[in-house]
Ligand binder design. Structure first.
Ligand code: PMP
Length: 351
C-alpha cells in the first residue's frame, strides 16, 4: 500500500535566530534595529481605520511601490514589493532560476539561499570565499543559471565594491544577477545605479534593518520592467494578497521620513565604529563591517564559550556551528547603552 508520507516534500528549513519571549534581555542576535520606526508610523498606526480590514488589500501594492519609486528615482513599474525580502528573494529564485546549469552564490552567505535552492530543486554551486572572507569575483565568471550576492554579505559584514559587482553583472548578461542589499543603508554604495545599464540585475532591499520594521514584513526588488513584470506574474500565480493593508500604509509612511531614517542609521554606524575599536582593544578580530552587525572572533576564548556565557547573562548574540564560522559570533549593533552593557559582560568573560 502506498504511504502518504512518501509524498511529503522533503525540506531542510532555514533556522532563524531565536526570538526569546522573556523580557529584560539584550537582544543582539537577529540584526533588528534598536530604534523605533519613524514617529509618523506610530501616529498613523494608532489611527488605522479597522473598517478597512473588511476589504482585501491592493494586490499590486501601488501606494507603497509608488513611494519607493519616488524615493529611488525609478518608475513605479520597476518596483516589486513582498512580505519581507525573504518573500521577494524566494519569488525571485522561483521566477528567474529555471536553468539546469547551477546558480552561484558564495559558500559563506545568507543561509536561506541554499534552502530555497533545495525547496525549488534549483542546482547550485557555492564558490568558497577567500581566506579573508571576501568573495573572489573570478568565481563568478563561469557558466551559470543565475547568481546571488548579498552585498554587504552576511554573516561576514563585508562589502564588495560596486565596481566589482558591475564586473560580475557585465560578464553574466545571459543570467539574472540578484544583489541582496539588506544591509546597504549601513555602508557602501548601492548597485542600484546599474539597473539602467544592465537588464539582468535585480536589487533586493528590506524594511527590517534600516527602517526598524522587521515586524511588518516588507521587502522589495528594483530592476528593469521586464524582470519586475515576470516577478509579478509568478507572485500572482501563487497568492494575490501577500501584503496586508497595515504594512502597505505604514511602510509608505516610513519612506517619507528621510531625516529620521538618516539619523538612526548614522547613530548605528557611529556605535558600530566605537564598539569595533573597543573589541579590537580587548583582543577580538573584527571584520570591517558595512552593516548593522559585527562579525567577531577572540584570539584566546572560543566563540561558543562566549556565546553561552553571554546567554546566561541574558545577552543574545548569534553563533553558527559551521566550518569557518564556528569560532565567530555575529553581534547586532544595539543602542549605546546596550553595547556598553555587552562590553562590560564580555570583558568579564574573556578575562
Ligand atoms: N537578506 C539577508 C542578507 C539577511 O540577512 C536577511 C535577514 N535575515 C534577509 C535577507 C531577510 O530579511 P527580511 O525577510 O526581514 O526582509
Amino acid at each position: 500500500m502506498s504511504d502518504w508520507r512518501d509524498n511529503i516534500r522533503k525540506t531542510e528549513p532555514y533556522v532563524p535566530g531565536e526570538q526569546p519571549q522573556e523580557g529584560n534581555i539584550i537582544k543582539l542576535n537577529t540584526n533588528e534595529n534598536p530604534y523605533p520606526p519613524a514617529p509618523a508610523v506610530a501616529k498613523l498606526a494608532a489611527g488605522i481605520d479597522t473598517d478597512r480590514l473588511r476589504l482585501y488589500p491592493d494586490p499590486d501594492v501601488r501606494l507603497l511601490s509608488a513611494e519607493l519609486a519616488r524615493y529611488h528615482g525609478v518608475r513605479d513599474e520597476q518596483v516589486f514589493v513582498g512580505v519581507g525580502s525573504d518573500d521577494v528573494l524566494a519569488m525571485s529564485f522561483l521566477t528567474f532560476f529555471n536553468s539546469d546549469v547551477p546558480i552561484l552564490f558564495p559558500d559563506i552567505t545568507y543561509s536561506f539561499y541554499i534552502v530555497w535552492a533545495g525547496l525549488f530543486g534549483i542546482p547550485c554551486r557555492m564558490p568558497a570565499v577567500k581566506e579573508d572572507y571576501s568573495i573572489d569575483i573570478n568565481d563568478y565568471m563561469q557558466e551559470n543559471g543565475g547568481i546571488v550576492i548579498a552585498n554587504p554579505n552576511a554573516p561576514t559584514s563585508l562589502y564588495e565594491p560596486v565596481e566589482n559587482i558591475e564586473k560580475i553583472v557585465k560578464a553574466n548578461q545571459g543570467s539574472v544577477v540578484i544583489i541582496d542589499e539588506a544591509y546597504i543603508d549601513f555602508g557602501g554604495e548601492s548597485a542600484l545605479k546599474l539597473i539602467d545599464t544592465y537588464d539582468n540585475i535585480l536589487i533586493v532591499r528590506t524594511f527590517s534593518k534600516s527602517r526598524s520594521m522587521a515586524g511588518m514584513r516588507i521587502g522589495y526588488a528594483i530592476g528593469n520592467e521586464e524582470l519586475i513584470c515576470a516577478l509579478k506574474g509568478v507572485k500572482l500565480s501563487y497568492n494575490s494578497y501577500t501584503m496586508n493593508m497595515p504594512s502597505i500604509i505604514l511602510g509608505t509612511e516610513s519612506v517619507k521620513d528621510e531625516a529620521y531614517f538618516k539619523a538612526t542609521t548614522d547613530k548605528i554606524i557611529k556605535t558600530r565604529e566605537r564598539i569595533t575599536g573597543e573589541l579590537r582593544d580587548v583582543g577580538f578580530k573584527v571584520l570591517d563591517s558595512h552593516t548593522n552587525f559585527l562579525f567577531i572572533s577572540h584570539k584566546d576564548v572560543p566563540a561558543l564559550k562566549i556565546f553561552e556565557e553571554l546567554k546566561k547573562q541574558k545577552i543574545y548574540v548569534r553563533y553558527f556551528n559551521k566550518p569557518r564560522l564556528d569560532n565567530y559570533l555575529r553581534v547586532t549593533v544595539g543602542t549605546d547603552e546596550e553595547m556598553d552593557e555587552f562590553m562590560k559582560v564580555l570583558r568579564d568573560i574573556i578575562m
